[in-house]
Design a protein around this ligand. Sequence first.
Ligand code: NAD
Length: 251
Amino acid sequence: MTFSGQVALVTGAGNGIGRATAQAFAAEGLKVVVSDVDVAGGEGTVALIREAGGDATFIRCDVTRDAEVQALMAGVVEAYGRLDYAFNNAGIEIEKGRVAEGNEAEFDAIMNVNVKGVWLCMKYELPLIMAQGGGAIVNTASVAGLGAAPKMSIYAASKHAVIGLTKSAAIEYAKKKIRVNAVCPAVIDTDMYRRAHEADPTKANFVAAMHPVGRIGKVEEIAAAVMYLCSDNAAFTTGHSLAVDGGSTAI
Ligand code: NAD
């Protein structure tokens, strides 16, 4: 990989997939801006990176707020002077029921973080990445962005929207040397997964069996896919939605 001395921004980096990816960027020699609404989580990620000899800075940001996203980008420039890669990963999943059981507040909350958050981040990242000649963006969608997700219809709609944003931005910025791709995880062992299943832990075997490989995924496996999509190995890949799913979308 060809990352040394470059700068990456990761949102939702205080926990789970975002934390693992921030650690992976740092391990490849990038300077990493760790961002999250969860201050303790974000500072924890920075501490882990620094303990391992890496360079990271935490900037708190709620990705649903335009002014905070603008301040985040100003913070990136202040800390490291440039932006090469962005992993727009902050997301929430709070639904418990079918379409007729959902409510407006859930809809607005999920769309705000998962769709508006990705759009706002790209809006302010793209000029920064363009200013120094190119780079790459990866957005976190989901296998729920590629097909149906029963009892998670709003989440599924939000992740389909992330793929629409990704494809459109990829076309718009292809000639500006910015590649824009999405990663589509199946079920990954994070707090989000554990929260969704805490009511019925006996579902764990059922959830594992939904994946042909017979298990759920690890955060490091998503981080590896993000690193690939950002690397020069993926120089001819843009507008793509990469399923990292233990075979679940091949069924
Ligand atoms: P997680 O809950 O462990 O981490 C999500 C992070 O996003 C948290 O640190 C949280 O504080 C942060 N966040 C939430 N709202 C925010 C906001 N408004 N502004 C900034 N940060 C905010 O979950 P995870 O499993 O690591 O999820 C990361 C991404 O992966 C999400 O987009 C999620 O939808 C997606 N995803 C997860 C799974 C899975 O099974 N875990 C599967 C497919 C996709």
